[in-house]
Each structure stands twice: as structure tokens, then as C-alpha cells.
Design a protein around this ligand. Structure first.
Ligand SMILES: Cc1cc2nc3c(=O)[nH]c(=O)nc-3n(C[C@H](O)[C@H](O)[C@H](O)COP(=O)(O)OP(=O)(O)OC[C@H]3O[C@@H](n4cnc5c(N)ncnc54)[C@H](O)[C@@H]3O)c2cc1C
Ligand code: FES
Length: 288
């Protein structure tokens, strides 16, 4: 019998590739970007993520922070626990395992006259950084509102400021006022709407990633003003590919790793757990 082995796209994207760390960039306190090259020729889209495997430690989801045509990928990691600390300890030339790109992505509008606004909080700026670089390549104008707890946690400032001024309008805020305006990104967004600095609301689209409570507030603002919204959710994941069910959304049964991580307001408003609770590694509900 002539058996031909065929590579299933589902299996291929779930194979772990070992990659060598090429560069490490210190972004700010406790946050580093790791750049590596892949043999995998997949072209990731902003909003997608990879599962990062550190042998002997764990495998964790990480948004893709940048992708260049020369095959360079980057992830940007905040060290908060066992696996993220282990990656932070790695040096240039060390290896990690990478699986993906996984999940869906931000849908960039085809209409050239859309008001595009990127609103990120903390490490949630990572997928928005990739989105911003794609928008710049497409020649789109857009606003960024970036919030963080304190000034030394504001990410990618120098990189954003390098973009041509006509493409980008930049607003920073911090909880303690140590950088930019004092307050939350949601308050700043409301302020811009009230001051008519965001015009033609029905022709506007917001892309967001950050703490779920911030994104829940944004959902309310966007629904009130009939602004389109796409939000990237972070839930605790184990398999990252729709098998274990840990990242399920109540009561819809959608999986953040497979049906997301990016969801539109039409779906977000039907989520019973959005901004309220997620599941821990045992599947138990925990408050957000
Ligand atoms: C789609 C997606 C994209 C992500 N992108 C990034 C990114 O670009 N950069 C980045 O730094 N982090 C990102 N995260 C969060 C990252 O996966 C967690 O910080 C990481 O899994 C923690 O692993 P750890 O072993 O270091 O921490 P642990 O020791 O496992 O946990 C430390 C703390 O973090 C919480 N935690 C664990 N896993 C997650 C999780 N998946 N999401 C939220 N909290 C978690 C735990 O409840 C605990 O409170 C992303 C998560 C998802 C789901
Ligand atoms: S992480 Fe396993 S189904 Fe989403």
C-alpha cells in the first residue's frame, strides 16, 4: 500500500520548535523582549500568541510582540512567576520552545477613513505594539492611549515616538501621575470623547488589551457611544489549542485560546464572566 504522510495544519502549528534567543532588550522594570528566528515560515498576525516552553519548568502563552519579514519574532515578558522568571534568567544563545502562532487576531478595518484607537494597560501593550507596527506599514493614522500603574512601567515609548508624528497621536497616563496624566486609560479615553478629540464616534474602532476590569469599562463606554471594539483577553491556559477547556468563557462555551483571544463587543457583552472571574489551574472560578 502506498501510504503518503500528509502534514495537518492543526498538527503543524502545534509542533514545538526550538529557537535560539538572538537578542534580549530590557524594556522597563521587570519586562524584557526576547528576539528569535524561526524555521517555521508562518506569518503571524497582531493579536495572535505563541506557547513558550521552558524545559523542566512550564509552557505559557505569550502574545507576539513583533514580527519582521526576515523571520525575526519577538515576545515581551513581565516576570511574575516561575516560568516568566526562568525566561528572564536566560541569556542570548540559550534556547526556548515555541508553538504557534495560535488563536485569532485583530481585524484591521479595510476602510481607510476609520478613526483607529489603541488602548492598552500594562503588559497588555504587547499585542498592541505589533498592531501599531502593522498599522504604520499600512500607512494608517491612529491614536494610542497607554496606561500603567507607575511611570517606569510605561512600555515602548521611544519606539512609538519614532513613528512619524502624522501617523500617531500618543496619550500616556499612570495611576499615580508619575508619567503623563494621572488616572486610568478609560478616564483619559472618556476625556478625549468629551473634549471632541475623538470625532465621528460611529466611524471609530478601539483595539484593546490589558487588565480585564479596564477592558470591561471600555466595553461600556464603547457600547454607549456605538464605537466598535475588539479586545484581547488573557486567561489562564494549559494546552493553548482548544483541548483542555481551562480557558472556557461562561456561559458561551467559547475558548479564549481557540475562538479568541480577540473578541468583539457583540460577543463581549454576552460573556457572563467578563471582568468578573476566570478559572485557576484547577478549573476553579477566581475573581478578577
Ligand atoms: C493569550 C495570552 C497572551 C499573553 N501575553 C503575554 C505577554 O505578551 N507578556 C506577558 O508578560 N504575559 C502574557 N500573558 C500572561 C502570561 O501567560 C502569564 O503571566 C504567565 O503564564 C505566568 O506564568 P508564570 O509561570 O511565570 O507564573 P505563575 O507562577 O504560573 O503565576 C503567577 C501569577 O500569574 C497568574 N497567571 C498565570 N498564568 C496566567 C495567564 N495565562 N494569564 C494571566 N495571569 C496568569 C497566576 O494566577 C498567578 O497569580 C499572556 C496570557 C495569555 C492568555
Ligand atoms: S487552554 Fe486548553 S482549551 Fe484553552
Amino acid at each position: 500500500m502506498n501510504l503518503k504522510l500528509r502534514r495537518s495544519p492543526i498538527l503543524t502549528k502545534n509542533m514545538i520548535e526550538t529557537v535560539k534567543i538572538k537578542r534580549i532588550i530590557d524594556e522597563c522594570d521587570g519586562v524584557k523582549t526576547f528576539v528569535f528566528e524561526r524555521n517555521d515560515k508562518s506569518v503571524p498576525k497582531p493579536g495572535q500568541f505563541v506557547m513558550v516552553w521552558v524545559p523542566g519548568v512550564d509552557e505559557i502563552p505569550m502574545s507576539i510582540s513583533s514580527y519582521e519579514k526576515n523571520g525575526e519574532w519577538a515576545i515581551t515578558i513581565k516576570n511574575i512567576g516561575d516560568c516568566t522568571n526562568s525566561v528572564h534568567d536566560l541569556k542570548v544563545g540559550d534556547f526556548i520552545g515555541v508553538r504557534g502562532p495560535l488563536g485569532n487576531f485583530f481585524k484591521i478595518p479595510q476602510e481607510t477613513n476609520k478613526n483607529i484607537i489603541l488602548i492598552g494597560g500594562g503588559i497588555g501593550m504587547v499585542p498592541l505594539r505589533f498592531l501599531a507596527s502593522e498599522l504604520v506599514k499600512l500607512g494608517c493614522k491612529f491614536k494610542i492611549i497607554e496606561g500603567a500603574k507607575v511611570g517606569n512601567e510605561i512600555l515602548f515609548v521611544n519606539e512609538f515616538l519614532e513613528y512619524h508624528k502624522e501617523e500617531l497621536e500618543f496619550h500616556f497616563c499612570t495611576d499615580d501621575g508619575s508619567y503623563g496624566e494621572k488616572g486610568f486609560a478609560t478616564d483619559l479615553f472618556k476625556h478625549l470623547i468629551e473634549n471632541k478629540q475623538v470625532n465621528d464616534l460611529k466611524n471609530s474602532i478601539v483595539f484593546t488589551c490589558g487588565p480585564e476590569i479596564m477592558m470591561q469599562k471600555l466595553l461600556h463606554i464603547c457600547l454607549e457611544h456605538k464605537i466598535e471594539l475588539q479586545a484581547s483577553l488573557e486567561r489562564i491556559m494549559r494546552c493553548g489549542c482548544g483541548l483542555c477547556g481551562l480557558c472556557v468563557i461562561d456561559p458561551l462555551g467559547l475558548l479564549v485560546c481557540h475562538d479568541g483571544p480577540v473578541f468583539t463587543s457583540a460577543v463581549l457583552k454576552k460573556m457572563g464572566d467578563f471582568g468578573k472571574y476566570k478559572r485557576d489551574f484547577s478549573g476553579k472560578k477566581i475573581s478578577i
